[in-house]
Design a protein around this ligand. Structure first.
Ligand code: BGC
Length: 749
């Protein structure tokens, strides 16, 4: 490598020294002996690092490409050269990253390779459905595959590390970041978290097509008060451990290599300086040995939180609580050396943080070949490959949820005659890829209109009218829409939100359809033509009037690059929808927070008793419950049969439920298993998902779906915060959504 060249050419070295570029004299600690363990190699690197170089490894800066907040540093290339930065984010493409890597490897004293991170949330360039939408597939294999494709593309484009999966449980649809996670349920969120980690990281982190994953935002960020982003979070440790932490633990158990802190405070302590989260739980209880990065400038923000006097103080609190890497805040960069001098931070703490970061760099194989992820040829061949488009189309249609289908308005006939395609999102590409769409190029996405056009038979004519915008009060386009509807045999109406109405810093105080879209629904429904509403949105919307007026409704989220084809596959029956909601859709904002696994209360709802838990002006029930979704066929559930009616904690029993496809076409059904602990030392929810199976049934086919159930699935945190299953009676429920289940009772001895 370069240093060897220098050593062979002492004359050159002298010249270099003379012109004061001594820094380029690469001491090549990057080449520690091959036969040593990673820990021994880290020892040999650490032994040669100065304090400034160590702090450099704890520092992450953005390139000047994309940023999601203030750019604290502009001169990042000079910082790389000075060994003052160990990782860069928002830099991608093989050629660009190769050049930055070259500076780190060839022009710094130690030549430690950079780590390149990016928010590859739902695809790199081939964009998959937003994570909330993809969660609606309940298809773990498909979800793992989409993360795998994302990693294949991103790693070919010079990236090592993705800031995903986002596993924050979210029960407030006002919160814009609900679109980035897997919804409201802890169990579903946990298995999806694991699938995504496996997809990104593959089997071997050192392979050139895998990324280190970063599970975020640790923790409880989704519980921001009033659904307002970055807002305060306050909850009991029981709820934290039972509801919000399990998806993180599942990611850790699946091998996730990094964690990102969250912006919020928790019980008065910002997550970024929260020793309970970062050290006691993450390191000591869970044994995590990867590294923790802050979320952007969350160290600096501790001053505004009011828990640190200044940035230096904030940095000391963060590193002492267990943070390893400072993203973009430049707090470690500016103050950590001083903090060490003053004895506020121990060098051992810094060494440990450096060790954790170097460990991941070694595991990624960066010390063996720092350029292995930057391969222009591989990038050209793999990014947006036809195979990836096929996979995206498949995952996208699996993510669509059929919310209503009156008188079998769907599927449409390909030779329908005349079809009116209306709405602000019908001929749109820019919104389809959703928020956090990495390097996604929306011009490459397939619009709904293009998808329909590619699908219909030659005799079918299409009329397209926009009707209105997503936002604003302009109704001047309604007339043309009504004229088209009058001529058509059916109307497909694509409405919803813009992509940037969800995601970070995109909370909404109203969760109905923006603008005059609702009025357009009403006007079109009044024509009496079959009205097929295609919803595109990043959060549950409260749309009871749409439900009343439309003949059929498809929830399509933001499906990504292949959206138009995927929706057309479902509209015309080439794919039978199988998605189920991973989150409750309320009837109105007043019901929020609303989720299926609430507690019963001491005065459960009784319509005939005023003094019970309810509203005067709204039902308690949601518009669409968690787990809900229709199919073009119908499924009938039998009563679940238990292998035993009572069992010991050491035993495992089976729950067998007959499911029959009672319709005329094949379809997939997500069979869901819920339990309820009837009496607990601590009150238990009325229902909790503990397992599910996605099964394919041919028309008329009947299958016995078998679940295993053990005491482990009945555990919760008791009054002493011990994780226990308490003996007693439980209801075991099976159904196709959380509201319609067949129930049997079982006793745990
Ligand atoms: C977001 C993170 C993201 C980071 C880096 C922050 O603003 O909260 O989710 O990973 O920016 O882009």
């Amino acid at each position: 490598m370069k240093i060897i060249k220098y050593l062979r050419l002492p004359a050159l070295l002298v010249v270099a020294f003379m012109i004061n570029v001594f820094a380029v004299q690469n001491d090549l600690l990057v080449d520690p002996p091959k036969d040593k363990t990673i820990e021994q190699k880290i020892d040999s690197v650490l032994a040669r690092m100065t304090l400034e170089e160590k702090i450099g490894q704890l520092t992450l800066f953005t390139s000047d490409w994309d940023v999601t907040g203030p750019t604290v540093r502009e001169n990042y290339k000079a910082d790389i050269k000075a060994g003052k930065v160990g990782a860069i984010f928002n830099a991608h493409t093989a050629a660009f990253n190769r050049e930055l890597q070259r500076i780190a490897v060839e022009e710094t004293r130690l030549g430690i390779p950079l780590l390149f991170g990016y928010d590859v949330i739902h695809g790199y360039k081939t964009i998959f459905p937003i994570p909330l939408g993809e969660a609606a597939s309940w298809d773990l294999e498909a979800i793992e595959k989409s993360s795998r494709v994302a990693a294949v593309e991103a790693s070919a484009a010079g990236l090592h590390w993705t800031y995903a999966p986002m596993v924050d449980i979210a029960r407030d649809p006002r919160w814009g970041r609900i679109c980035e996670g897997a919804g409201e349920d802890t169990y579903l969120g946990s298995v999806i978290a694991a699938a995504r980690v496996k997809g990104f990281q593959g089997k071997d982190l050192a392979a050139d097509n895998t990324l280190a994953a970063c599970v975020k935002h640790y923790a409880a960020y989704g519980a921001a008060q009033a659904g307002r982003d970055y807002h305060t979070v306050d909850m009991s440790e029981r709820v934290l451990r039972e509801v919000y932490l399990p998806p993180f633990k599942a990611a850790k158990d699946a091998g996730v290599r990094t964690f990102m802190t969250s912006f919020n405070e928790l019980d008065g302590v910002p997550a970024t300086a929260n020793g309970l989260l970062l050290t006691d739980i993450l390191r000591k209880e869970w044994g995590f040995n990867g590294f923790v990065v802050t979320d952007y400038t969350s160290i600096n923000e501790m001053v505004d939180h009011g828990s640190a006097a200044n940035e230096k103080d904030a940095g000391e609190q963060a590193i002492n609580a267990g943070v390893d890497m400072d993203m973009q805040g430049a707090v470690f960069y500016n103050y950590l050396a001083q903090s060490v001098k003053e004895g506020k931070v121990n060098v051992k703490t810094i060494d440990e943080a450096v060790r954790r970061i170097l460990r991941i760099k070694f595991e990624l194989g960066l010390f063996d070949d720092p350029y292995r992820y930057s391969d222009v040829e591989r990038e050209r061949r793999l990014v947006m490959s036809p195979e990836h488009q096929e996979i995206a189309r498949d995952v996208s249609r699996k993510s669509i949820v059929l919310l209503k289908n009156e008188r079998q308005a769907l599927p449409l006939n390909k030779t329908i005659g005349t079809l009116a395609v209306v709405g602000p999102l019908a001929d749109n590409k820019s919104e389809l890829i959703g928020s956090w769409s990495a390097a996604g190029d929306y011009t490459k996405s397939v619009s709904l209109l293009e998808g329909i056009r590619a699908k219909i038979g030659p005799g079918t004519s299409l009329l397209h009218v926009k009707g209105c915008e997503v936002e604003g009060a302009d109704k001047s386009g309604f007339e043309a829409a009504l004229v088209a509807a009058a001529k058509a045999d059916a109307v497909v109406l694509a409405i919803g939100e813009k992509a940037q109405m969800s995601g970070e810093a995109a909370s909404r105080a109203f969760i109905d359809l923006p603008g005059v879209q609702q009025d357009l629904v009403k006007a079109l429904a009044a024509t009496g033509k079959p009205l097929i509403v295609v919803l595109m949105n990043g959060r549950p919307l409260a749309v009871p009037e749409v439900h009343d007026k439309a003949s059929a409704i498809l929830e399509t989220w933001f499906l990504g690059t292949q959206a138009g084809h995927a929706i057309a596959d479902v509209l015309f029956g080439d794919y039978n929808p199988s998605g189920k909601l991973p989150v409750t859709f309320p009837r109105n904002l007043g019901q929020v927070p609303i989720f299926y696994n609430m507690k019963n209360t001491g005065r459960p709802m009784d319509p005939n008793d005023k003094y019970t838990s309810k509203y005067l002006d709204s039902p308690n029930t949601p518009l669409y419950p968690f787990g809900y979704g229709l199919s073009y066929t119908t499924f009938k559930y039998g009563v679940p049969v238990l292998s035993k009616n009572s069992f010991k904690a050491s035993e495992q029993i089976t729950v067998t439920v007959p499911v029959t496809n009672t319709g005329t076409r094949g379809g997939e059904e997500v069979v869901q298993l819920y339990v309820r602990d009837l009496v607990g030392s601590v009150t238990r929810p009325v229902k909790e998902l503990v397992d599910f199976r996605k099964v394919m049934l041919k028309a008329g086919e009947k299958k016995e779906v078998v679940f295993k159930l053990s005491a482990d699935q009945l555990k919760f945190y008791d009054r002493q915060l011990k994780w226990v299953a308490e003996p007693g009676e439980f209801d075991v429920m099976v159904g196709g959504n959380s509201a319609e289940v067949q129930s049997v009772r079982i006793t745990l001895k």
